[in-house]
Design a protein around this ligand. Sequence first.
Ligand SMILES: Nc1ncnc2c1ncn2[C@@H]1O[C@H](COP(=O)(O)OP(=O)(O)OP(=O)(O)O)[C@@H](O)[C@H]1O
Ligand SMILES: [Mg+2]
Length: 225
Amino acid sequence: MNILSIQNLSKTYQSGNRKLTVLDDVNFDLAIGETISIVGPSGSGKTTLLGLCAGLDSASSGSVVLNGASLEKLSEDQRAAIRNQHVGFIFQNFQLLPTLTALENVMVPLELKKRKDARTKAMELLEKVGLGDRMTHYPTQLSGGEQQRVSIARAFANDPKILFADEPTGNLDTETGEMIERLIFDLNKEKGTTLVLVTHDTELAAKTQRIIHIKGGKIQEDNHA
Ligand SMILES: Nc1ncnc2c1ncn2[C@@H]1O[C@H](COP(=O)(O)OP(=O)(O)OP(=O)(O)O)[C@@H](O)[C@H]1O
Ligand SMILES: [Mg+2]
């Protein structure tokens, strides 16, 4: 069974009177429980691709089927519901809500799922990423790596079926990066979570079962280990 199926996906932006093609006819399927890395140079379309796969953004043409639902046929609200239920997303720039504390940021997806234990579960997740003593800090009071770890805790909160992580260890020191890597891969082993990582780190990419190379918005190689 596929958790994700991408067909003829393209994304263009209009820039003045020029058309900028950022993704050009991308095709791939992901099986449930698969782990995959997307690699490629800066500006090649990796973050754009991740956003389309997760239903955060809509394509110019083509289709994304996520957990059996064709995202292009859904309203923004319906897409948001699917994201809340099934998707975890670690953003390249964290995207924490500035008016909420670390704890409250991690509680958001749990409260959307109406979980009564939202606070306890969020505290557990922050402990796991080593931020037990930073729960009431606001994003501006946290270092870059700490913000990244809050965003990781938040992405894990709704027990996602599929986790999209855009440079999840990009801003972390080696030791913290390795800890986060372990947490992410444990999620795959223990809960069968499908992992889609974007990374410039070739060692991290080599730990996934499959590597897609993207350049100029096109898939150049799709290699299974
Ligand atoms: N909203 C937008 N409007 C116009 N162009 C955009 C927009 N968003 C992204 N782009 C362009 O799309 C291209 C791909 O961007 P994207 O963020 O997907 O790259 P990336 O592969 O993630 O790069 P990096 O490794 O630097 O994060 C870039 O050239 C960028 O300038
Ligand atoms: Mg990017």
